[in-house]
Ligand binder design. Structure first.
Ligand code: PLP
Length: 389
């Protein structure tokens, strides 16, 4: 079946078959894992022109191409690049599009290490970084300057889950000639097709849901026709690439991602609803809840959600630590999107606009694939311990 016909199929069908045609490799259902650096040429003329599908493994292999094609089909993008971490999927496009003297509008609720990169490397390179309120919407226009080259979005925001009005922001950014980037890791392309909403460069830490098993680090950067070439030039110049083994693992993860996401999202919402009625919980920060300030945008733009959200519990560090130490199923660890539940006490010190007004300690919960009744019982132990602290 060609790409065009496949784009009309249901999401799980596309996840199961995207990126690779078994008949291209003797009928094997999965693509081969190519371990490579050197690629041979049949003769000197072909070597001189480079006129064959593969020339050197930093420029792709059949395994990495299968994953890139699968992501392109999901994103509707002109091209996808694979990088060794989700953080690199954020930093690569910023490096590709920003030069000394340029102005970057960065959403304040971005992933913490995005803040760090902006405040260190980009500042050193002479890029002016300005953080903006995630709830700004069309008023972003007032912050745009003649030298604004990039407007970077992330929705919902990391750890605090503010929803951004992406179409309104993209319209104003494009009117000023700026490139719109989005860290779209939370929703995955299943639930938010960023390029259809005006985003030019869609970024994913595929470390999370696509890999799904907490054993691979990788990022993807997908762009529309207008912007892919610029990205690819910087990617090639930096010598970025990923291993065939890792690309294979992520493609394997994609095949079951729809089902896993359903389970993550359903359990997370049920737990979030339960948490709204628990003693000691001041607030639940999950955009799928009608009580969430960004719920209308969530309903308008997203077809579903992820399994990570935050709660604000009464107290401070002592209560947060008591909560975490009482957990027996949730692991204490970073990242999310894997099969196992995780919890972390969120630090918001790098925020300039958001994150200052919470009436308690913010704890992020990644809801894994375990039975939700067990997870609820575990969280209840945490809440009891926090109350006693
Ligand atoms: C929203 C978001 N973007 C990017 C990243 C970075 O991904 P990685 O851990 O693969 O570097 C993370 C990691 O937690 C994240 O939460």
């Amino acid at each position: 079946m060609d790409k065009q016909s496949r784009s009309k199929l249901g999401i799980n069908t596309r996840l199961a078959h995207g990126g690779y045609d078994p008949m291209d490799y003797h009928g094997f259902v999965n693509p081969p894992v190519v371990h490579a650096s050197t690629v041979l040429f049949p003769d000197a003329q072909t070597m001189a022109t480079g006129n064959q599908p593969y020339t050197y493994a930093t420029h792709g292999t059949p395994t990495t191409d299968a994953l890139c094609r699968a992501i392109d089909e999901l994103e509707g993008s002109a091209g996808t690049l694979l990088v060794p971490s989700g953080l690199l999927a954020v930093t690569l496009p910023l490096l590709a599009f920003l030069s000394p003297g340029d102005h970057l509008l960065m959403v304040d609720s971005c992933y913490g290490n995005t803040h760090y990169f902006c405040n260190t490397t980009l500042k050193r390179l002479g890029v002016e970084v300005e953080y903006y309120d995630p709830l700004i919407g069309a008023d972003i226009e007032e912050l745009i300057r003649p030298n604004t080259k990039v407007v970077f979005t992330e929705s919902p925001g990391s750890n605090t889950f503010e929803m951004q009005d992406i179409p309104a922001i993209a319209e104003k950014a494009h009117a000023a000639g700026a490139v719109v980037m989005m860290d779209n890791t939370w929703a995955t392309p299943i639930h938010f097709k960023a390029l259809d909403f005006g985003v030019d460069v869609s970024i994913h830490a595929v470390t999370k849901y696509p890999s799904g098993h907490a054993d691979v680090l990788m990022g993807t950067v997908s762009a529309n026709e207008k912007h892919f070439k610029t990205l690819e030039q910087t990617y090639t110049a930096l010598g970025l690439c990923v291993s065939g083994d890792d690309a294979y693992q992520v493609l394997r993860g994609l095949r079951s991602m729809g089902l896993r996401m359903e389970r993550h999202a359903e359990s997370a919402l049920a737990i979030a609803e339960w948490l709204e009625n628990q003693d000691g919980v001041v607030e639940v920060l999950h955009p799928a809840l009608p009580s969430h300030a960004g719920h209308a945008i969530y309903k308008r733009d997203f077809t579903g959600g992820g399994g990570v959200f935050s709660i604000v519990i009464e107290g401070g560090k002592a209560q947060a630590h008591a909560f975490l130490n009482a957990l027996e199923i949730f692991g204490l660890g970073y990242s999310w999107g894997g099969f196992a539940s995780l919890a972390v006490h969120v630090r918001l010190a790098d925020r300039q606009i958001t994150g200052k007004n919470y009436a308690g300690a913010v704890i992020r919960l990644q809801i894994g694939l375990e039975d939700k009744e067990d997870l609820i019982a575990d969280i209840a132990k945490g809440l009891a311990a926090a109350k006693a602290a």
